[in-house]
Write a protein that binds this ligand. Structure first.
Ligand code: FPP
Ligand code: MG
Length: 298
């Protein structure tokens, strides 16, 4: 059924009658299609469901195109990013085309679904801006970090699950909660993998978050337990191109103070809550999606 969603996206983009734009989209590397999986598992494969998943994937692709411009990222999923290959202007406009067309199509699905998804895109954008601002300086504000993470990543998963529930006539609140927990845990794991995995596995440079200015949970927890001298040293590495020694210092300090484990435990708790919720509703497939998320390596 994921194929049906892909075909729907291609149909939507075909309607634009612009082979260049169509080609640009076709060259984008496919992600895990997590939001599509959620929507289809919750709501089945009726045309409205496929259309909803297609619009969500288009919005997600748009957000990543813009994110790579904002982050100055040269790769996306192991491939040269559009901004690196074709320039910022093209990446921004391709993003604009994808999300405008998605919004246009959303209107003919259901007003409730359109409301939920468009509201999530507002949150997504607020989250990205918060991310930019938080990355300007070293910080240890866990609450601000978690709020940003919810907005930037979880809001669209939350909305996807809720949209699925709306289309299937299921309990909106329960699926919304499931999507939110999954989304927050997803980004927490993403932040952990940035530290624990090598760049080849990630398809992007490792320890890149801190170099970019992003102070993620394992760094916040590390700072909390370090002595003053080490705190100063950690702060001095923020937004800096790290030497191998410096990268190793960070990794071994995190190992010593178990800050990866602490962050991972937090993600696991959210996943367990999501699993319990879905088990209580007999949604075993959704339980499996949640389990796979916590075990992923990229
Ligand atoms: C990835 O974060 C970024 C997001 C999940 C959301 C980005 C959202 C926007 C740019 C707003 C988009 C607005 C519209 C209208 C579509 P990351 O940089 O932490 O993750 P990465 O490692 O995958 O780049
Ligand atoms: Mg990014």
């Amino acid at each position: 059924m994921i194929d049906a969603v892909e075909r729907k996206i291609e149909q939507y983009l075909g309607e634009l009658n612009d082979p260049y734009v169509f080609g640009l989209y076709r060259n984008l590397p496919h992600g895990k299609r997590l939001r599509t999986k959620l929507i289809l598992k919750i709501a089945g494969s009726a045309l409205k469901v496929v259309k909803t998943a297609a619009t969500v994937e288009m919005i997600h692709a748009a957000s990543l195109l813009h994110d790579d411009v904002i982050d100055d990222a040269y790769t996306r999923r192991g491939q040269t990013s559009v901004n690196a290959d074709k320039g910022n202007k093209t990446a921004i406009m391709l993003g604009d085309i994808l999300y405008s067309k998605a919004f246009f199509e959303l209107n003919s699905i259901s007003p409730e679904v359109a409301k939920v998804i468009s509201n999530a895109v507002v949150a997504l954008s607020l989250g990205e801006l918060a991310d930019v601002r938080l990355s300007e300086h070293f910080h240890t504000n866990r609450d601000a970090y978690l709020k940003m993470l919810y907005q930037k990543t979880a809001s669209l998963m939350e909305a996807s699950a809720e949209a699925g529930a709306i289309l299937a006539g299921k309990n909106r609140q329960a699926y919304r909660q499931y999507g939110r927990n999954l989304g927050i845990a997803f980004q927490m794991i993403d932040d952990i993998l940035d530290i624990t995995e090598d760049s080849k596995t990630l398809g992007k440079p490792a320890l890149h978050d801190f170099v970019e200015g992003k102070v993620t949970l394992p760094y916040i927890y590390l700072y909390e337990v370090l002595e003053e001298e080490d705190r100063t040293f950690l702060r001095s590495l923020h937004k800096k191109q790290l030497s191998d020694d410096e990268a190793n210092w960070i990794k071994s300090a995190m190992k010593k103070h178990k800050t990866i484990e602490k962050s991972y435990a937090e993600a696991t708790l959210l996943i367990e809550e999501a699993i319990a919720l879905m088990e209580s509703l007999g949604e075993h497939d959704l339980t499996n999606i949640a389990k796979a998320m916590i075990e992923r390596k990229f």
